[in-house]
Each structure stands twice: as C-alpha cells, then as structure tokens.
Design a protein around this ligand. Structure first.
Ligand code: GAR
Length: 192
C-alpha cells in the first residue's frame, strides 16, 4: 500500500483541519493510504491546536512573530514540511502571505472562501457577501507566488438569497469547505 503524506497548515479555528483529519488521516483509499505527517500553526493560541491533538498529532508551532522577516519564517516552514516527508501541503485557514522561497520549494494547495479570481485576500467572505452578485462560493487552488492566484483545482458555488444574513452565508461557506477540501486532497492523491 502506497502511503501519501500531507502537511496541514492552519492559523485559527481549525474546522477545516479537523475535517481533513477526520476524513483523510490514516484512511485507506483505492490507490493509497493518506497520512497527515505534520500539522503546523503560526499562532500559539489557535483553537485548532487542540483539534489536532485530538487526533494524536502534536502541532508544530512556528510563531511568525519570532522571525526577523517573512523569508526567515518561510525557511522554517519549508524545513519543517520537508522533514515531515509530506508530498503535498494543505493550507487550511493559514493566514500568512508566503514568499517565493516557500512557493518554489513546496507543492501546496490553498482553500479560499470565494469564487476566485473574485475577492482575493483576507476579507473574502465579507466582500463576497456585500457584492451585488447573486451567487457566491469557495475555491481550492494551487499556491503560487501570486496571492490567491494559482491554478484553480476545484470550486463550488451556491445561490445568495435575499434573506441570507452574513452569519448564514458564513455557515454555508464553511459547510461547503468541509466537504470540498478533503475531497480535493483525496482526488489529487488517490491516483496510481
Ligand atoms: C476558511 O473559511 C478558509 O476558507 C479561510 O479561513 C477559514 C479558516 O477556517 N481562508 C482564507 O481566508 C485564506 N485567505 P478554519 O480555521 O475553521 O478552517
């Protein structure tokens, strides 16, 4: 059985981290077994830390505030990911801009809460909710040196109805994310 290892990076709540662990960690699929080799968090107080521990994985805390600049932080990230043996890195709510040092050394995918290329950046949910668009959605894309700009792998959309409040809109986005991200990782890895 071929084992395919992934690294998961997160910064906060960790609901997507939890779904990745629940649906993929140590699960056997047709062409491989997927193993979460490491979880990495840049914020020492992130709620996701306990979620990782619940699956027996002690997250590596790499606190970005302790580094001189972005590249020094990214070097530490790259080293940790390479040491873990992960062949794919999944950014699941990882809220840091990444430098070319990271993007040139690590094959990574990112989850983004909008229909890219619309609403790039850190306020995607609010901006997409406030826009006049009648549909909204989520994207998973390869990480490139352009912020939220790498090749799109998968998307899902939904209708934005008149009666939707921001809270309902967010719940809808998170529910879709919890299905699409694990499914996309599985599709990328479960190949001959
Ligand atoms: C998710 O909605 C994800 O799409 C978003 O952060 C949230 C993390 O939630 N990512 C971005 O905005 C990236 N620019 P979680 O910590 O509960 O998984």
């Amino acid at each position: 059985m071929v084992i395919k290892k992934i690294a998961i990076l997160f910064s906060g709540e960790g609901s997507n981290l939890e779904k990745l662990l629940e649906k993929l960690h140590n699960q056997v699929f047709e062409h491989c077994k997927i193993e979460v080799a490491t979880t990495i968090c840049n914020r020492p107080n992130a709620l996701g830390i306990e979620k990782s521990r619940a699956y027996g994985i002690e997250p590596l805390i790499i606190d970005h505030t302790l580094f001189e600049n972005r590249e020094a932080f990214d070097k530490a990230l790259v080293e940790a990911i390479q040491n873990s043996g992960a062949q794919l890195t999944v950014l699941a709510g990882f809220m840091r801009f990444l430098t070319p040092y990271f993007t040139q050394n690590i094959k990574a995918i990112n989850l983004h809460p909008s229909l890219l290329p619309l609403f790039k950046g850190g306020n995607a949910i609010e901006e997409s909710f406030a826009s006049p668009m009648k549909v909204a959605g989520i994207s998973v894309h390869f990480v490139s040196e352009v912020l939220d700009g790498g090749e799109i792998i998968a998307q899902q959309c939904f209708e934005k109805t008149e009666d939707m409040r921001l809270e309902d809109f967010e719940v809808k986005i998170h529910n879709l994310e919890h299905e699409l991200l694990p499914q996309t990782v599985k599709n990328l890895l479960n190949r001959k």
